[in-house]
Design a protein around this ligand. Structure first.
Ligand SMILES: Cc1cc2nc3c(=O)[nH]c(=O)nc-3n(C[C@H](O)[C@H](O)[C@H](O)COP(=O)(O)OP(=O)(O)OC[C@H]3O[C@@H](n4cnc5c(N)ncnc54)[C@H](O)[C@@H]3O)c2cc1C
Length: 487
């Protein structure tokens, strides 16, 4: 890796990428291949990204009986009348070529005995279309392979264990990034800092998913959007008090036949409905059985197909080969984030975003399983391409004095308690007073959306309001909220 201090003094770069998950690694690679001088900044080593932990895989219409149009229709149905249809078209039409591109660069996905890619089924998909690696170790394979490509790419300067603490902006343009090691000037700055699901105490995400990108962008004047939509994954391990509480049990395992059962051992829902429906069914069932978690029966599943899941459950003290394991919903994915156009441009000139920290509108109110890794690649590449057209300002303004402050455990507890899977006005009002800016923003927009839709459910507004179809709530940096329809 390049020496940090030396690299910092050699700016300006063409593109500064913050975050080394799938979106950041891929954007950096693509920009460098276009001839750009790229600086890739990551707070942690790779193992800290959500991308590393991805289990299921990437969605792409690859089967001869499948099509991008069918993939788009499933994405739009899961998104509950809120997906930006042009973003969905781009995602689903680009996905097969993206997979081919990754394979050409040496990424290995699981294949069947005849050598064809194995295609898995997940909830909400009408066809088998999820490619995976190492069974349920897809993220590990992807991030490892991309990191090796980055290491061999002379156009990329890598700064690991370096945190972005503010954007270098005067509110009218972004000129680079301020890190805990010093400022980095760049013509374009691309945030790929991942999601915010770890803001909820009960989560499947690694600690770093605290929405730092959104906080940095908003403090610099950029718009955020769709923050009220958090996907609560139906099958997170329920092991209160243990480190394994909230650990993800991939949906692909339900695609292979794992069933959800109540306290009597009876099935109570369609395990392969879109996630928001399965989560709602589980919450109702938990209420019916006085708070006791439901269970996931894995006893008929081939352990070789999901080795990491079985290992995790056995380490946590469960016997999944012989007994159903307790599960309940946990925060897994945020559909909202930094509002961007279809080329990753935020509302602040010079600032781009890609991956989970961005909101292209592609997921609507509820992400279709395994669309997010595909999004990291498809929209990461588009953001890198657009960012490469920027030119650096000769005399950037003085850096701002504002600095990022991470959320406390009290904030994480409050977000889970006040904006969890079932919400109501009085609790959301309390959340708007939280010291962490993103928690405040989530409280405010969830309060403003007076209906239930996808990953946003309110006990005081249980129905979906058709007048809100296609309406996104944009959160401005001054705290105001606007309703928008996106082209
Ligand atoms: C357990 C689990 C399983 C999943 N399985 C799947 C799946 O099978 N298929 C699928 O499509 N999606 C899956 N997802 C979701 C998917 O993994 C994520 O949406 C996606 O990986 C996000 O990638 P990203 O590049 O946007 O961010 P991340 O992979 O989260 O990377 C963010 C990067 O930003 C860095 N960073 C953050 N803040 C700062 C800062 N201030 N300064 C410097 N660096 C910073 C982090 O260190 C990290 O390197 C899963 C998620 C989890 C948690």
């Amino acid at each position: 890796m390049t020496d940090r201090a030396a690299a910092i003094s050699t700016g300006p770069f063409d593109l500064a990428v913050i975050g080394a998950g799938a979106a950041g690694l891929w954007s950096a690679i693509r920009a460098a291949e276009m001839g750009g001088r790229v600086c890739l900044i990551s707070r942690k080593p790779l193992a800290e990204s959500a991308s590393f932990w991805a289990q299921g895989g990437l969605a792409a219409a690859l089967d001869s009986e499948d099509s991008p149009a069918a993939h788009a229709a499933d994405t739009i149905a899961a998104g509950r009348n809120l997906c930006r249809t042009e973003a969905v078209r781009i995602l689903t039409e680009s996905a097969p070529d993206t997979v081919a591109d990754l394979i050409d660069r040496g990424l290995r996905f699981d294949r069947g005995p005849a050598g064809d890619l194995e295609l898995a089924l997940e909830g909400g998909h009408s066809h088998r279309r999820i490619i995976h690696a190492g069974g349920s170790q897809t993220g590990r394979e992807i991030t490892g392979a991309l990191a090796r490509i980055v290491a061999g790419q002379p156009g990329i300067t890598v700064l690991e264990e370096t945190s972005a603490v503010a954007l270098w902006s005067d509110g009218s343009r972004c000129h680079g990034i301020l890190t805990d090691r010093g400022p980095i000037a760049s013509a374009a700055t691309l945030l790929a800092t991942g999601g915010a699901a770890a803001l909820w105490r009960r989560t499947s995400n690694p600690w770093g998913a605290i929405g730092a990108g959104g906080v940095l962008a908003s403090a610099a004047g950029a718009d955020l959007a769709d923050l009220e939509f958090c996907q609560f994954h139906p099958t997170c391990l329920s092991a209160p008090g243990s480190d394994a509480d909230g650990a993800l049990i991939t949906e692909a395992i339900r695609g292979e036949g794992a069933t959800l059962v109540d306290s009597e051992g009876n099935r109570f829902t369609d395990e392969l409905a879109p996630r928001d429906d399965v989560t709602a069914a589980i919450l109702q069932q938990i209420e019916r059985q006085a708070g006791e978690p439901v269970s996931l029966d894995l006893t008929a599943i081939d352990t070789d197909r999901f080795p990491s899941v079985f290992r995790m459950l056995e380490t946590a003290g469960f016997d999944p080969l012989n007994e159903p394991v307790p599960v309940s919903p946990g925060a897994h994915y945020v559909m909202g984030g930094i509002k961007v156009d279809l080329h990753g441009r935020s509302s602040l000139p010079g600032l781009y975003a890609a991956g989970e920290c961005a909101c292209t509108g592609v997921h609507g109110a509820n992400r279709l399983a395994s669309n997010s890794l595909t999004e990291c690649f498809v929209f990461g590449q588009r953001a890198a391409t657009a960012g490469m057209e920027e030119t650096a300002t000769r005399n950037p303004p003085s850096p701002p004095t504002w600095r990022f402050d991470p959320p406390t455990p009290a904030t994480r507890e409050a977000v889970w308690r006040l904006a969890g899977p079932m919400r109501q006005q009085s609790r959301l009002e309390q959340l708007t007073k939280d010291p962490y800016p993103l928690a405040q923003a989530i409280g405010a927009v969830a309060l403003a959306r007076r209906e239930s839709r996808g990953g946003h459910r309110r006990s005081d507004f249980p129905g979906t309001d058709p007048a809100m179809d296609g309406i996104h709530l944009t959160y401005r940096s001054d705290g105001s909220i606007e309703q928008e329809r996106w082209p």
